[in-house]
Design a protein around this ligand. Structure first.
Ligand code: ATP
Length: 659
């Protein structure tokens, strides 16, 4: 034992002496000399290059630090440095002075040696790596290996860094941001499994799609629209996305921004590999109600100074040119209030509807909060969740306070039952907020439905039972006149055109696609009016529809006839609720509608006598029907008992005469 120690001590002494006698410069010289006769080549990578810091050197530091302890490196260096600072999530390692590590790159050994020394000429420490490899691999090192190091270092750095959340104040981003430490991940997010998989696939394709985007000449940005009632997990999904991608979040409330130029400035100062979130956009960008004068084209402005054009510029213009790998997420509780131009693929590539809690979502929440995957009470909860609209936030709220699963689940059942007793029936009318998205295949609450487009802008719809590729919104379209619209709206639009002419004709300053999307909204309102049971409609719901129609009118759509009809329905509901009889006003209103229809048709047909005659006959036929309907309506409304027994006529009177 004593002799072993003395041998080690002697070696250390000799090494120390050699080190003192042969300074680093001399040893380098010797190595260079011997390399002339060697098959190996050594490349020096210094910390500075041509007067500025050398990115390859810092990339090598991160790369070798991650390799130093891993099994991929064939040799673990004798001396390592270790540490951690505020900007990273885990410990980081590095090579110590004169330490070596061998990295096997596709079977080719790459020897790395780290060195540092004091440079008396520069009066500072200098650091460098020596990378030694077989001369025959020089091309691979130059064209592949060094790029691989840079890419890997970037990935490692991104993966390890602490995420930041930036908010804007006085039109500037908070310069340091705050640490974003949200625990939500795709594992804990309660969402349909298949939907999560599709979102992850899309994110993966996006972050790994550098070459793809380059090839097709498209800027690497992706727009997501998250919409749905409050508490359905929009913010939670953003957090899960940020954690999955390791992207910082820039959260912008447009109401806080004073001008388009401030918005531009902020968008230019969003870093790459980040998510720009515009929350509750419908609250910040309002549809004008016609009271405010504004230049043509600037139809959607908020009460401050941001124009719709300014917003599009951020999404399409400046951001497109000046950033890379950016995701823009827009959230809203009312998708139908957002201009279709903003929602089109290329701007908002993926639309995700976050809806009320389904049973599978509840099971995920139960697993998160109570750590149970099954319970005797699950059957009852499944039934209630199928009948009641409860948001994941509400369900989570019931599960959060308590350690005893049984108590929590019983509390949840009581909560759902109380909701059920106050709730609308299942076939309740559709709120205006659901107009755009509540297509037949997505109907049924407690279900999670969504549409999303992938890189090639396919559309995927899901109603929990089936997943269709390339269906619905963007693919199944038909032409009506110059408008290309969803097939399901064709019959209605044709009928509207026949009866009211081209109601979007006055909006010619907008694109045909945009006008088509406005017409789609009209069709959907009519479709919904035909589908709903008017006995269950509340005044608030009709008012909501009215707001949408007013919005349409404010952009120039001629839908006064629809407006009047909704007013009439509203009146009828009020009368029905009060049990009173119709007023003279109301019967005049019905008469007005008939006369207006006739006048419009007559005027529109003035030029052509034959057409006029034909149309008159057609209109007269319709008037006869409308008269019968309105008589029935008046009769029904004047007799509340009859209204109960003949809801069918009531409905026919109020709705069917529309077209
Ligand atoms: N899908 C979900 N999975 C897990 N938890 C959820 C989910 N949805 C909501 N929650 C819970 O409810 C809380 C509120 O949800 P969140 O803020 O994500 O909803 P939101 O749709 O963004 O609401 P708002 O529109 O009001 O901003 C979250 O903190 C989370 O605890």
């Amino acid at each position: 034992m004593g002799s072993t120690l003395s041998v080690i001590a002697s070696i250390a002494l000799i090494r120390g002496t050699c080190h003192d006698l042969f300074p680093e410069e001399l040893r380098c010289l010797l190595r260079n000399f011997s390399s002339r006769f060697s098959s190996e080549l050594t490349m020096i990578i210094q910390d500075t290059h041509e007067g500025s810091s050398n990115h390859l050197f810092s990339a090598a530091t991160s790369y070798l630090g991650s390799k130093a302890l891993s099994a991929i490196s064939s040799s673990i260096p004798r001396r390592l440095t270790a540490g951690r600072n505020e900007s990273v999530r885990t410990l980081t390692f590095g090579l110590d002075r004169n330490s070596e590590v061998v990295d096997n790159y596709n079977g080719m050994p790459m020897k790395w040696r780290y060195n540092s020394d004091f440079n008396s000429t520069l009066n500072m420490d200098i650091e460098w790596y020596e990378l030694t490899f077989d001369k025959k691999h020089v091309d691979i090192v130059e064209t592949q290996y060094l790029c691989h190091i840079i890419d890997e270092a970037k990935r490692i750095k991104d993966q390890n860094r602490v995420l930041k959340l930036y908010t804007a104040r006085s039109d500037r981003w908070n310069p340091t941001g705050i640490t974003f430490d949200h625990p939500m991940t795709f594992d804990t997010l309660a969402l349909d499994e298949d939907l999560i998989k599709r979102i992850i696939d899309d994110l993966d394709r996006f972050v790994n799609g550098k070459e793809y985007y380059k090839r097709i000449g498209k800027v690497r940005k992706r727009g997501y629209l998250l919409y749905g009632p409050p508490g359905t997990g929009k913010s939670s999904l953003i957090a899960a996305m940020a954690n999955y991608l390791n992207f910082d979040i820039y959260n912008l409330n447009l109401s806080d921004i004073s001008s388009d130029s401030s918005l531009e400035y902020l968008s230019l100062h969003v870093s790459n590999r980040s998510i720009l979130v515009l929350e509750d956009i419908d609250c910040s960008i309002m549809l004008q109600n016609g009271e405010i004068e504004h230049p043509p084209g600037a139809i959607f402005m908020n009460k401050h100074a941001i124009t719709f054009g300014g917003l599009l510029n951020v999404i399409d213009g400046l951001l497109s040119c000046c950033g890379d790998e950016r995701i823009i997420v827009i959230t809203t509780n009312h998708k139908e209030r957002i201009d279709a131009a903003l929602l089109r693929p290329g701007r908002m590539d993926i639309h995700i509807c976050l809806s009320y809690c389904s049973f599978s979502m509840f099971k995920q929440l139960a697993s998160n909060y109570l750590q149970i995957s099954n319970h005797d009470l699950f059957g009852k909860i499944e039934k209630l969740i199928g009948e009641v609209q409860a948001t994941p936030a509400e369900i989570a709220g019931e599960l959060i306070d308590g350690n005893d699963p049984k108590n929590c689940l019983e509390g949840l059942i009581r909560f759902l039952e109380s909701k059920e007793s106050n709730a609308q029936p299942l076939n309740a009318p559709i709120l205006a907020s659901n107009l755009v998205e509540n297509k037949p295949e997505n109907e049924g609450h407690g279900q999670n439905s969504y549409k999303m487009t992938d890189l090639e802008d396919d559309v995927i719809t899901n109603n929990n039972d089936e997943v269709k590729l390339g269906a619905a919104e963007f693919t199944s379209k038909t032409e009506v006149g110059e408008y290309i619209i969803k097939t399901e709206s064709v019959a209605i639009l044709r009928a509207v055109m026949l009866k009211h002419g081209d109601v979007a004709g006055n909006t010619f300053s907008y694109s045909v696609q945009y006008r088509a999307s406005l017409l789609e909204i009209v069709c959907r309102i009519i479709l919904e009016l035909h589908a709903i049971d008017l006995r269950d409609v509340t005044e608030a719901q009709v008012k909501s529809l009215l707001t949408t129609v007013e919005d349409l009118e404010s952009v120039g759509l001629e839908v006064d006839w629809l407006h009047q009809r909704l007013v009439l329905i509203n009146e009828a509901i009020k009368l029905g609720e009060n049990g009173s009889t119709p007023t003279q006003d109301m019967s005049e209103n019905v008469q007005d509608i008939r006369e207006t229809d006739l006048e419009t048709k007559l005027l529109a047909s003035e030029e052509d006598g034959l057409v006029l005659q034909e149309k008159c006959t057609h209109i007269e036929d319709k008037l006869v029907k409308l008269k019968a309907a309105s008589d029935k309506l008046l009769e029904t409304i004047s007799n509340p008992e009859a209204q109960q027994s003949s809801n069918c006529s009531f409905h026919t009177s109020l709705v069917d005469g529309l077209l």
